[in-house]
Design a protein around this ligand. Structure first.
Ligand code: SF4
Length: 559
């Protein structure tokens, strides 16, 4: 097995990953060697994921070894604020061409590293592998090693070519690159019992800076944030921290867990979103530090800061809360944000009409249920048409999502706020919570909505295009409902497993024919669920629905 395949296998075997814990050895292996389906990396390839995770290290030169499109595709597609160096925003690529493909691109890469070191003198160069050089066999690990020896500066290979998998895998492979080549290679000038690492925070819009002043006040030092607003030396010496907080559950679990294993740095998973979660995170940081030898009085000071900051935040939120109470929010995000933002919005008095859970883990979903109750409206997959209908029927007053779905809200003439990676406002900590509420209030009370909802003068007296489109959609739905055969056909053709393109009908037929009772059996028989495993819950739903129908039929027979 190649070293890349080994590394991917290692990442998939990550014991800290909740998804993996639920898998058997055989399943884990299968999941790791699975072939990507076309479109599998549509939300970003593994290279993109690695670049996103590491680019916030600000003083490093990030060199992409590949065709120019890989770098063009990923450069600066999300913010990451820096308090110092701007080098991370300079785009470096080897821009390999046909000659490199024929003769190999290793020399070209070596020359590019030298040129960067000569011109910019960064503390390190990170070299990202992409699909083409990986396929022609360029050994970037060997080139980086030779460059490190020759130039005396760390040149770090980030081996995460796009074809190995999606963005999330790339995040983890980036973590592996740090673990293999960076973490533990430096020493901090001094250490204190109050040194922590924050892992998985990228400081996209300045979130770290909303939290740091409070930690500074408590005398807690962020030895390294991996990787928001980080400097190379900080990451290199991060192994001397006493405790760590992991901000985003999926992205860098391998770093947190392996640092605990290798350097005895305990960690917890927390969130900076929402007043309650922020307070809990501060408490947990203090608790872990005390456990590792900090003075127990730290907890008293932490509680005092929490009390003061909570009171201050509530006071600042109060004027908005009056206007926002009862406003309905549709939250289309994923992962840890699907629950941490729920808590934040509820604190502001708003009502959640739905939250997407497509990218959430089982733990994320359990937390949502805890916050929104067992009947929480968790949306696995919502089509743009359904989102549009929900908004235009005023089932929601505002949509919070990423930039890609903004146009649905705008077409429905409903307010929208960006809370994903392209956002321009930071919403972390107590300060961020006040900002979030202020931004929602601004979006909701913007006078533009009254203006755009008025019929255009040229439409006067006529039906608008939106009304016509909605009427057409409703007529289509009514026609389906009126024709039971067509309705059944449509129901059966609903795709359940997107990775393996398997529909409801195929799964139901297999369950009935082969008397299947578990998701595993369904996967073996139909391939459904053999990809990202995101549809396992839906398959389990089909299994229990069919089992219930069967039980009812049996009862009716006996009755
Ligand atoms: S690494 Fe591969 S999948 Fe990713 S952008 Fe480059 S060519 Fe495309």
């Amino acid at each position: 097995m190649s070293s890349l395949a080994n590394k991917v296998q290692d990442v998939f075997n990550e014991p800290g990953c909740a998804k993996n814990q639920g898998k058997s050895d055989k399943e884990r292996k299968k999941g790791c060697t699975k072939q990507l389906q076309p479109g599998g990396a549509a939300g970003g390839c593994a290279f993109d994921g690695a670049k996103i995770a590491l680019q916030p290290i600000t003083d490093v030169a990030h060199l992409v070894h590949g065709p120019i499109a890989c770098e063009g595709n990923s450069w600066d597609n999300r913010g990451a604020k820096s308090s110092g160096s701007r080098l991370y925003r300079t785009s470096f690529t080897t821009d390999i061409n046909e000659t490199d493909v024929v003769f190999g691109g290793e020399k070209h890469l070596f020359k590019s590293i030298k040129e960067i070191l000569d011109k910019y003198d960064p503390p390190a160069v990170f070299v990202y592998q992409t699909c083409v050089p990986a396929m022609i066999g360029d050994d970037i690990g060997a080139v980086c090693k030779a460059a490190t020896e020759k130039f005396g500066k760390p040149v770090v290979p980030v081996i995460s070519p796009g074809f190995v998998g999606p963005k999330n895998l790339g995040n983890k492979l980036a973590g592996e690159a740090l673990l293999d080549h960076v973490i533990g290679t430096g020493e901090p000038e001094y250490t204190t019992p109050y040194d922590i690492n924050i892992i998985g925070e990228y400081n996209l819009a300045g979130e770290l800076w909303q939290v740091k002043p409070l930690l500074d006040e408590l005398g807690i030092r962020i030895l390294s944030c991996i990787s928001g607003d980080a400097k190379y030396h900080e990451v290199a010496s991060s192994h001397r921290a006493k405790a760590a907080m992991m901000v985003c559950s999926k992205a860098m679990i391998n770093i947190a867990r392996k640092m605990e294993e290798r350097y005895d740095i305990p960690f917890f998973e927390g969130s900076f979103y929402g007043i309650g979660d922020m307070s809990d995170s501060l408490r947990e940081i203090a608790r872990l530090l005390i456990e590792k030898g900090a003075d127990p009085e730290l907890m008293d000071r932490t509680e005092a800061v929490i009390e003061r900051e909570e009171a201050r935040a509530w006071e600042r939120i109060a004027p908005y809360k009056e206007r926002l109470t009862g406003k309905k929010v549709l939250l289309i995000t994923g992962g840890v944000k699907s629950w941490s933002v729920v808590a934040a919005l509820q604190e502001a008095g708003m009502e959640l009409v739905g939250t997407s859970v497509k990218k959430s883990t089982k733990e994320d979903k359990d937390k949502i249920k805890e916050l929104m109750g067992q009947d929480a409206h968790m949306i696995e997959d919502m089509t743009p048409r359904e989102m549009f209908k929900m908004l235009s029927d005023a089932q929601a007053d505002i949509m919070l999502s990423g930039g890609r779905s903004q146009f649905i809200a705008l077409k429905a003439k409903m307010p929208w706020l960006d809370i994903n990676q392209e956002r321009h406002h930071a919403f972390a900590g107590y300060e961020g919570m006040v900002d979030l509420v202020r931004e929602i209030d601004k979006a909701l009370s913007n006078p533009i909505w009254d203006q755009v909802r008025k019929p255009a003068p040229w439409d006067d007296g006529q039906e608008s295009w939106e009304a016509r489109a909605l009427a057409e959609a409703e007529a289509e739905a009514a026609a389906i409902a009126a024709d039971p055969v067509l309705a059944e056909e449509m129901r059966r053709s609903t795709q359940i497993c997107n990775c393996k393109t398997v529909d409801t009908g195929t799964i139901e037929d297999a369950i009935k024919a082969d008397h299947l009772t578990t998701v595993k059996e369904v996967t073996a028989a139909t391939n459904a669920g053999g990809g990202c495993t995101g549809c396992h819950e839906r398959i389990a739903g089909i299994l229990s629905a069919l089992a219930a129908t069967k039980a009812e039929a049996r009862e009716a027979d006996h009755g």
